[in-house]
Every structure is written in structure tokens, then in C-alpha cells.
Ligand binder design. Structure first.
Ligand code: NAD
Length: 321
């Protein structure tokens, strides 16, 4: 039986990854500081602990796993990453996790390891035009990310590539672009725009208004969780190290995303654009490389994924009063 280790298995993408690997017949160990918030883990074994601790990393790597997915990070949406208040934690915690996990995997002679980087590594100056951002993989350098979160991701990308170069590890790196879907964080300060907008619309009384950070004309693309997992597995099992974008090319402004949610909810509420952290003006995935390298790219319409997500978040809002 094939074996997989999923770090960050208590989080959004990690918990979906565990479920998919189990469905494929893997024996799976999940690792995280916490169990998944929304439902039971599908993992065969779940180790609760801190990946900043090298001894813990070595203990969970007690065998030569066929596949290791390193998805653990100290992260959140714009309200967590762009205020500056969490910068030291973001850089220290995520870098420590990656330094430890990679070294522990090398010592255990694990060969195949996946690392989740982010679109946040792209230079801010290429993302000032909301209609025409440049996020081609090669545009990452000269580097100028707009957050410490992005700088840590860039450092760790280079760390994984250095281990591939010097230690012969089979490394695969994706730059995820705004992943969303059911069972993602939807309140508490770490939620991202799709979940936050679904919650706000679900909670808003008819005739009321929801608040949106910035003028709402900032653009993004959003990738549904199932396609994120599919792309990750295809990349992991390919001969491509990356970094490769895994994202959607269906770009939308945040105000229009809010209108899409209102349409799904069948609820006409107003929009109040207020000051708040917004990040770059525009961002979109550039899928030329993934199409060429893997012969595959995400294709699900944003509105479909948002409908599933809204349904799930509306249920959470109802259940939580
Ligand atoms: P998430 O916050 O839901 O999951 C991350 C998990 O890591 C959490 O469950 C957290 O408890 C765990 N973790 C943090 N510190 C830890 C530690 N010291 N020891 C053990 N576990 C620890 O985030 P996610 O959305 O599932 O993201 C997964 C990965 O993908 C992260 O690396 C993230 O940076 C990257 N990514 C996500 C997105 C997105 O839109 N969701 C976009 C780009 C990149």
C-alpha cells in the first residue's frame, strides 16, 4: 500500500488532500497543530504537534513515505497578511516548518515532496493594473513581493529547489492562486474574500449592505478546491519541479464577486466600499506553463464553485446562530 504524509492536514487544503489520497487507496498520516475544524479527518493516523519542532518532524517521518505534502503554514487572508501585525510570526513560523520538514525528509530518504507556494510571491509592480496583471512564472524575478508572507514563500521555494539540486530530492512546487470552497475558514480573521463575502451576504438582512475593503475594483481569480487538489496531484506525479501556477484564469473584481454571491443567494443587498487591507490591484493566474507542462489546466466556472461554497457557508451561518 502506498503511503503519504500530509502536513497541514487540519487546514483547508490539507484536509481535502487527505480525503483525496484516501479515496485513491493510500495509507495517510495527517499532521497539524489542530484537527480539522469542519468534520472528521479521513486520515488513518493523525499526529497533533508543532512542525517548528525538529524532533516532532523526525518522529512523524518514521518511514519512507511515497509522497509528502508540505501544506502547513502560518497564514490567512488579507486581514492577516497585509496589516503588518503578524509579519514576524508569518516569516519565522513558516520558514521554521519548511527548514525542519525538508531536512527531516532528507534524513529519512524521502524522495518525493510537494511544497505549496503562493501567487503572493509575484512582484507588486507587475500587479498595479487591475485589468492586466502579469503573473507568468518567469516574472517572479527580480523579486518584489508586497508582503512578508510572499518573501517567506520565495525563500522556501528556493530552499526546496536547493535540496533538489544538492540532495537529489524529487521536489514539486505549486504557486496557488486563491483557493476556495466548502470547509474553508469562513470567519475569525483568517478567512479569504470568497468565504468572507459569502458570510457577509448570508448574514445581511434584506435591504441592508455589506462592507468591502477598498474600492472593490481590485481583481483576483479564485480556484475551486477540487481543481487545486487535482492540479497538485498531477504536478506531484509529473517530472516537473516548477514552480508552476495552480490557479484559475477567470479574473473578477471583488465588487463583481460580491454581486455574483448575491445572485447565487437570491438576495439584493448593497455594497459599502470602506478602507481596509487589499493587497495588489490585480492578480490572475497565467496557465500557459501548466498547460504546456502537464497538458491540463483548471476549467470549472467560478460561479459553479461559488454556488457550492455559498450553500455550505449559509449552512454554517444558520447553525452558528
Ligand atoms: P490553512 O491555514 O487552512 O492550513 C494550514 C495549516 O497549517 C493549518 O491547519 C495550521 O494549523 C497548520 N500549521 C500552522 N503552523 C503549524 C505548525 N507550526 N505545526 C503544524 N501545523 C501548523 O491554509 P490552506 O488554505 O489550507 O493553505 C495550505 C497551504 O497552501 C499553505 O502553505 C498556504 O500558504 C498555501 N496557499 C494557500 C492559498 C489559499 O488560497 N488557500 C493560496 C496560496 C498558497
Amino acid at each position: 500500500m502506498k503511503t503519504a504524509l500530509v502536513c497541514g492536514a487540519g487546514g483547508f487544503i490539507g484536509s481535502h488532500m487527505v480525503a483525496r489520497l484516501k479515496a485513491e487507496g493510500f495509507w495517510v498520516r495527517g499532521v497539524d497543530l489542530k484537527f480539522p475544524e469542519f468534520g472528521e479527518t479521513a486520515a488513518d493516523d493523525f499526529a497533533l504537534g508543532d512542525l517548528r519542532d525538529m524532533d516532532f518532524c523526525r518522529a512523524v517521518l518514521d518511514r519512507r513515505f511515497d509522497e509528502v505534502y508540505q501544506l502547513a503554514a502560518d497564514m490567512g487572508g488579507a486581514g492577516f497578511i497585509f496589516t503588518g501585525e503578524n509579519d514576524a510570526d508569518i516569516m519565522h513560523n513558516s520558514a521554521a516548518i519548511n527548514l525542519n520538514m525538508l531536512e527531516a525528509a532528507r534524513r529519512r530518504a524521502v524522495r518525493r515532496i510537494f511544497y505549496s507556494s503562493s501567487a503572493c510571491i509575484y512582484p507588486a509592480h507587475n500587479q498595479e493594473d487591475p485589468d492586466n496583471p502579469n503573473c507568468a512564472e518567469a516574472s517572479a524575478y527580480p523579486a518584489a513581493p508586497d508582503s512578508e508572507y510572499g518573501w517567506e514563500k520565495l525563500f522556501s521555494e528556493r530552499l526546496y529547489l536547493a535540496y533538489a539540486r544538492n540532495h537529489g530530492m524529487d521536489v514539486h512546487i505549486a504557486r496557488y492562486h486563491n483557493i476556495f470552497g466548502p470547509r474553508g475558514t469562513w470567519r475569525g480573521g483568517r478567512e479569504k474574500a470568497p468565504a468572507a463575502l459569502c458570510r457577509k451576504v448570508a448574514e445581511c438582512p434584506e435591504g441592508g449592505a455589506i462592507e468591502i475593503w477598498g474600492d472593490g475594483s481590485q481583481t483576483r481569480s479564485f480556484l475551486y478546491i477540487d481543481e487545486c487538489i487535482e492540479g497538485t496531484l498531477r504536478l506531484m506525479r509529473s517530472g516537473v519541479a516548477g514552480p508552476v501556477n495552480i490557479g484559475s484564469e477567470e479574473m473578477i473584481s471583488i465588487n463583481n464577486l460580491a454581486r455574483m454571491v448575491m445572485g447565487i443567494a437570491g438576495k439584493a443587498v448593497g455594497i459599502r466600499n470602506i478602507a481596509g487591507p487589499t493587497g495588489v490591484r490585480g492578480r490572475n493566474s497565467d496557465n500557459r506553463m501548466i498547460r504546456e507542462a502537464l497538458g491540463w489546466a483548471p476549467s470549472r466556472a467560478l460561479a459553479d464553485g461559488m454556488a457550492d461554497t455559498y450553500r455550505w457557508i449559509a449552512q454554517q451561518v444558520m447553525a452558528n446562530g
